[in-house]
Design a protein around this ligand. Structure first.
Ligand code: PLP
Length: 405
């Protein structure tokens, strides 16, 4: 136990921990970060190969992001949506241009505060687009779309629904990767499909490009919207600006969050202009939509990522990390795209034990399934940091920790 560990017994938690117990007991208290490095309250250094779950893609305390926050905070934080502000307008144009480059289409954006909120907006847009009686959205088993009620209903993980029954109506789940199952689930009540190009929380499982192209074709044939949830895959993580670019599909709606704020809470939904037109004033909103401080960050993240050519960096560094992980004898396979990877340790392995030992040795990762370790370092990670992380993983696995029983 480190000095900052909480007492996690029921009595101790009630007495000490100020957080609601929706998360497991916190294991480390971090106080500072720079680039790929983090330091805890005891001064211990860690390498962050998780990035707050694919969030701090430009590294901790990125100077351009810090400057944007401090400059904007000294000038204008927020005005209501009766007005706009220069930061929101510049960010909306930058984001719209990025999506036009990626899709070939012209669209419009709505800013919000998280991935779940981006999906909520997309789901409401699908209902408005479909019209009365055409409100059902199909999603995949294993998907993750957020924790608010409708985003949770879209999430294809029944165990997460169970404590909150009854769930909102209008969601249907099909096996990920099975186009025939998706087609069989369509009836006149279906307005849209929402899908991840790589299931992140579901285990870092990339969709087959043919499957994504098939969904696009089916959506076109049946007049349904294709909503791509790029909350985890977006903003260069997979080696392209957006995951759908690997498959060459053109979405109608894209949801984003995480890396677009590099740690500042912000999300967005983009829709082609003819689809966005289904929304009328009063249909949707948020006090903080387009708040100046968050959108100043969005614009800076886009500028910084363009300056660095972040997609190319994620692709080359991802290829290097993947090859080095594949060379570890205990790693059965590596899946994912760019710098969103999972090292599969094989049947009977205990990824949680590996994660725990790596954390103790100063490497932050995540056991994304019982047998796989998720790695999502910043796009700015150095070759030396990749080598250091891989050596730590190889050492832990060579010691037999978390190996098949
Ligand atoms: N969609 C995907 C694909 C995600 O990975 C996540 C979060 O992990 C979400 C939505 C929810 O985002 P947030 O936690 O910002 O609400």
């Amino acid at each position: 136990m480190t000095s900052h560990a909480f007492d996690t017994s029921a009595a101790g938690r009630a007495a000490v921990c100020p957080f609601m117990p929706v998360f497991g007991p916190p294991q480390v208290m971090f106080v500072r970060g720079e680039g790929t490095e983090l330091w805890d309250v005891d001064g211990k250094r860690y390498l962050d190969f998780l990035c707050g779950l694919a969030v701090t893609s430009l590294g901790h305390s990125n100077p351009a992001v810090t400057r944007a926050i401090t400059e904007q905070a000294g000038r204008l934080l927020h005005v209501s949506n009766f007005f706009t502000n220069d930061a929101a307008t510049a960010a909306a144009v930058a984001l719209r241009d990025l999506l036009t480059e990626a899709t070939g289409d012209v669209g419009q954006v709505f800013f919000c505060n998280s991935g779940a909120e981006a999906n909520e907006a997309a789901l409401k847009l699908a209902r408005k687009f479909g019209g009365r009686g055409r409100h059902v959205v199909i999603s995949a088993y294993g998907s993750f779309h957020g924790r608010t009620l409708a985003a949770l209903a879209a999430t294809g993980q029944p165990a997460k629904h169970e404590p909150f029954f009854p769930m909102p109506d209008g969601f249907r789940h099909v096996a990920y990767g099975d186009l025939a199952a998706l087609e069989a689930a369509i009836d006149p009540s279906v307005s849209a499909v929402i899908i991840e190009t790589v299931q992140g929380e579901g285990g870092v499982v990339p969709a087959d490009p043919e499957y994504l192209r098939g969904i696009r074709r089916v959506c076109d044939e049946r007049g349904m919207l294709l909503i791509l949830d790029e909350v985890q895959t977006g903003f260069a993580r997979t080696g392209r600006w957006f995951g759908f670019q690997h498959a060459g599909v053109r979405p109608d709606v894209v949801t984003m969050a995480k890396a677009m704020g590099n740690g500042f809470p912000v999300g967005a939904v983009w829709a082609r202009t003819d689809v966005a037109a289904a929304f009328q004033p009063g249909d949707h909103g948020s006090t903080y939509s387009g708040t100046a401080i968050a959108t100043a960050v969005v614009r800076t993240v886009i500028e910084e990522m363009r300056r660095l050519d972040a997609p190319a960096l994620a692709e080359t560094k991802g290829a290097s990390l993947r090859a080095k992980l594949e060379a570890i004898p205990q790693v059965r396979s590596v899946r994912g795209q760019g710098l969103l990877l999972a090292a599969e340790l094989g049947d009977g392995a205990d990824a949680k034990a590996v994660y725990t030992e790596l954390l103790a040795r100063g490497l932050v990762t995540n056991a994304v399934t019982a047998t796989a370790l998720r790695l999502a370092p910043p796009i700015t990670v150095s070759g030396a940091e990749i080598d250091e992380a891989v050596a730590l993983i190889a050492d832990v696995l060579a010691a037999g920790i978390g190996g098949p029983a």
